[in-house]
Design a protein around this ligand. Structure first.
Ligand code: FAD
Length: 319
């Protein structure tokens, strides 16, 4: 199956704006993050979401790499399918966890061979039984080393992670910024932030990054909250704060997913609108493989399908 659009053959973002069949990219750039599915049902959900979100012409769609490299195969399969069956530009997440340089390099070369041109280069988190990250004895020590390794292999676009509220392993906020700068100096051209909820936290972080000489786009990672209890757990691990005002908004909604969805969309849309007012024109959405919330937020931001009607998009059987 492939997702075909009227601009058949033109990769979004790579097109010639003067061409009659090339849709005009919205002024706000967006990207979507998905995770590789591990059941047939989840695969269906993912592909329905991709089909719904594709007409919004994301600059790229990224596919995560499971903790400890646990989804290596599934990440590869999903990225390959996006490449072969859609007009979207895939970005493959890759981590250094539990793999030698030779193994990681082989994954990168494989991506290069099939035509993937964008890698999201990450250190990764330690496996559950380990307290701290331990590099593989023959592996990349951290994300900066991985960026340098990927850069040596080919001319990839490389994105890296950034932490507006400081990564839990960092000795200080300054050390964390130095680390981000090392990743950029090694060849990354974009930073995508961990999720955050207070707009001020992001704005102050960008200010500090600019003062530290980091000039690349620092794209806010937007997480529409669907499960507040899980969010609190996840935020604890990755060092993001969950403001009291957010907790109050989700109070009493544990058994009411429908209202939670509406609240989540409102919160994330307001966050994006405030960022937009501050001049932010690029957003990365953690979709959790669900289209509805991200689609609603994009709609509020003024991002609409590039072609006149959704009927211009259809699924057709690949010959
Ligand atoms: C946008 C985004 C996408 C992500 N996708 C995935 C994914 O697909 N799969 C996954 O498993 N995880 C993913 N993560 C999580 C990420 O792997 C973890 O946050 C991990 O703990 C840190 O990765 P990093 O690439 O930021 O590491 P690094 O940039 O290497 O840094 C990690 C920490 O170590 C410190 N550090 C690094 N090198 C040095 C040094 N030489 N000296 C001193 N301190 C140092 C840094 O300051 C920082 O505090 C993602 C995170 C983000 C924000």
């Amino acid at each position: 199956m492939r997702i075909a659009t009227a601009n058949e053959g033109a990769k979004p973002g790579n097109g010639d704006a003067s061409s009659a069949v090339t849709p005009i990219r919205p002024a706000i750039a967006i990207s979507f993050e998905f995770f590789p599915p591990h059941t047939t049902k989840m695969e269906q959900v993912l592909w329905q979401s991709i089909e719904r979100l594709a007409p919004l012409l994301p600059r790229f769609v990224s596919v995560t790499y499971g903790a400890g490299g646990s989804t290596r195969e599934r990440t590869h399969i999903t990225v390959k399918r996006i490449l072969n069956e859609t007009n979207l530009t895939p970005a493959a997440h890759l981590t250094c966890v539990a793999a030698s340089r030779t193994e990681v390099d082989a994954v990168v070369r494989n991506y290069q061979a099939i035509g993937v041109r964008h890698i999201v280069a990450l250190r990764g988190d330690p496996p559950e039984q380990q307290q701290r990250f331990q590099p593989h004895p023959d592996g990349y020590a951290n994300a900066a080393a991985l960026v340098a390794g990927v850069r040596q292999i080919g001319d990839f676009e490389i994105s890296v992670a950034a932490f507006p509220e400081v990564h839990p392993d960092a000795h200080s906020a300054e050390a964390d910024l130095d680390n981000l700068k090392r990743k950029i100096d090694a060849g990354a051209s974009r930073a995508i932030t961990q999720f955050f909820f207070d707009v001020e936290i992001y704005l102050r972080f960008v200010e500090r990054a600019r003062a530290a000489g980091i000039g690349v786009p620092i794209v806010p990672g937007i997480l529409p909250v669907t499960n507040f209890a899980r969010l609190k757990q996840f935020a604890r691990v990755c060092g993001a704060s969950v403001p009291n005002w957010l907790a109050r908004l989700f109070e009493g909604l544990d058994g009411d997913p429908e209202t939670r969805q509406l609240v989540a969309a409102t919160v994330a849309a307001e966050q994006c609108m405030r960022l937009k007012e501050q001049g932010v024109n690029e957003f990365h959405f953690y979709t959790l493989n669900r289209a509805a919330l991200t689609q609603a937020i994009c709609h509020i931001l003024g991002i609409r399908p590039a072609l006149p009607t959704p009927n211009d998009y259809h699924l057709a059987t690949k010959e």
